[in-house]
Design a protein around this ligand. Structure first.
Ligand SMILES: [Zn+2]
Length: 55
């Protein structure tokens, strides 16, 4: 399955980088929407790539 996910402004790293993973978008709380608009940070997906701390 080739997922071509364009970079989102809420991403801290590209998908697949070690030490990072998909997390709920903090801007919209994972809903993908802020009020009636698609969340700009996650582009409406509700998920962003962030570093996984504590390694
Ligand atoms: Zn979002």
């Amino acid at each position: 399955m080739a997922e071509t996910d364009p970079a989102k402004s809420g991403d801290e790293a590209p998908l697949g980088v070690p030490g990072t993973g998909e997390n709920l978008c903090r801007a919209c709380g994972g809903s993908g929407r802020i009020r009636a608009e698609a969340c700009p940070d996650c582009k409406g997906t509700g998920k962003v790539i962030t570093g996984i701390g504590g390694a």
